[in-house]
Write a protein that binds this ligand. Structure first.
Ligand code: CP
Ligand code: NVA
Length: 306
C-alpha cells in the first residue's frame, strides 16, 4: 500500500504513470464516459485549514469515480478538541477506504499515515502541496510546454518545495527566486539537488527576479502570505517589494511563456491584475486539473492497494 505524502516518495516512472492515468480518466469524463473506478469507496477529507479547490475537487472527484467523500473539518470533529491524529487514523481506517488531509505540519500528516491502514493523500501542509503540482504538470503538458524552464517568483514555501521535488524528479530546469530571508528550506533543497544529479534537472537559486524569469517558458508564483502567516502580512508585504509578477517582469520571459498560479491569487501583491487576466485561461485550466490529477492519484493508490 502506498500513500501520497510528497512527490519525493515517487519515481519519475510512477509520477508519469499517475499523470497518464489522470489524462485517460479526464478524456473519458470529457467524452461522457464516466467509469466507476472506485465504486462504493469512501474518501475521508480532513481539513484543518481553509480550502475551496481542494475540497471541491476531491469531493467531486470521488463522486465521479463512483464513491463518496466525507468532509471532516477539525472545527467539528474531535480533532479540534485534541483527539490525537494517531487515534483518528486508526478509527477512520476501519471505516473509510482512503483519507485526504490538509493540515499544518508534514510530521503530523506522516504520523497519521503511519497509523493508517488505508492510503493517505497530502492535501497541503506547511511544507508541501504535491497534488497541486500534479495538476500543474498536466497543465504545462496540455499547453505544449515540452521542455519546461520554470521560474518560481516569490516565497520559499510549500509550493516552492513541491516545485523543487517535481523538477528534480522529472529532470527539468527550475529557477527559484525569493527575497533574502524567505529562501526555501535547506534540507528540501539538498534533497532536490541529490535527485537532480540522477534526473539531470537544473536547479537555480537566486534573489534576482529578472535573472530568474529571463527566457523561462513557465512563470509561476504563489501568495506571499500563506495560511497561518496572517500576522506577518505587514512585514512580508514590505520584504517582497519588487517581487510582483507584472508585465515588466513577464516581458523578459519567452514570448510564448505561460503563467501558472495555484490560487487563491492576491492581485497587486504577488501578481498584477493585468498578468493574471491575460493568463486566466491557463490559470483556470490549472484549477480544473486539480480534479483530474486527483482522480488519477486516487485510482492509482486504490489499485496499488489491491
Ligand atoms: N490551490 C489550492 O489548494 O486551493 P484551495 O486552498 O482553495 O484548496
Ligand atoms: N502557500 C499557500 C498555498 C495555498 C493553496 C498556503 O499554504 O496558504
Amino acid at each position: 500500500m502506498r500513500h501520497f505524502l510528497t512527490i519525493n516518495d515517487f519515481s519519475k516512472e510512477e509520477i508519469l504513470e499517475i499523470i497518464d492515468l489522470a489524462f485517460k480518466i479526464k478524456n473519458e469524463t470529457k467524452s461522457g464516459e464516466i467509469k466507476p473506478y472506485m465504486k462504493n469507496k469512501t474518501l475521508g477529507m480532513i481539513f484543518e485549514k481553509s480550502s475551496t479547490r481542494t475540497r471541491v475537487s476531491f469531493e467531486v472527484g470521488i463522486y465521479q469515480l463512483g464513491g463518496h467523500g466525507l468532509f471532516l473539518s477539525s472545527n467539528d470533529t474531535q480533532l479540534g478538541r485534541g483527539e490525537p491524529m494517531k487515534d483518528t487514523a486508526r478509527v477512520l481506517s476501519r471505516m473509510v477506504d482512503m483519507v485526504m488531509i490538509r493540515t499544518f505540519s508534514q510530521k503530523k500528516l506522516e504520523e497519521f499515515a503511519s497509523f493508517s491502514s488505508v492510503p493517505v493523500i497530502n492535501g497541503l501542509t506547511d511544507e508541501y502541496h504535491p497534488v497541486q503540482l500534479m495538476a500543474d504538470f498536466m497543465t504545462m503538458k496540455e499547453h505544449g510546454v515540452e521542455k519546461p524552464v520554470v521560474a518560481y517568483v516569490g516565497d520559499g514555501n510549500n509550493m516552492t518545495h513541491s516545485w523543487l521535488m517535481l523538477a528534480s524528479k522529472l529532470g527539468f530546469e527550475l529557477r527559484v527566486v525569493t527575497p533574502k530571508g524567505y529562501e526555501v528550506d535547506s534540507v528540501v533543497l539538498q534533497k532536490a539537488q541529490e535527485f537532480a544529479k540522477i534526473s539531470g534537472a537544473k536547479i537555480v537559486i537566486t534573489d534576482e527576479p529578472k535573472e530568474a524569469v529571463s527566457g523561462a517558458n513557465v512563470v509561476t508564483t504563489d501568495t506571499w502570505i500563506s495560511m497561518g502567516q496572517e500576522d506577518e502580512k505587514e512585514k512580508r508585504v514590505k520584504d517582497f517589494d519588487g517581487f510582483i509578477v507584472d508585465e515588466n517582469l513577464m516581458s523578459l520571459a519567452d514570448e510564448k511563456a505561460i503563467f501558472l498560479h495555484c490560487l487563491p491569487a492576491y492581485r497587486g501583491y504577488e501578481v498584477s491584475e493585468e498578468v493574471f487576466e491575460k493568463h486566466s485561461n491557463v490559470i483556470f485550466d490549472e484549477a480544473e486539473n486539480r480534479l483530474h490529477a486527483q482522480k488519477g492519484i486516487m485510482v492509482w493508490l486504490d489499485r496499488t492497494r489491491g
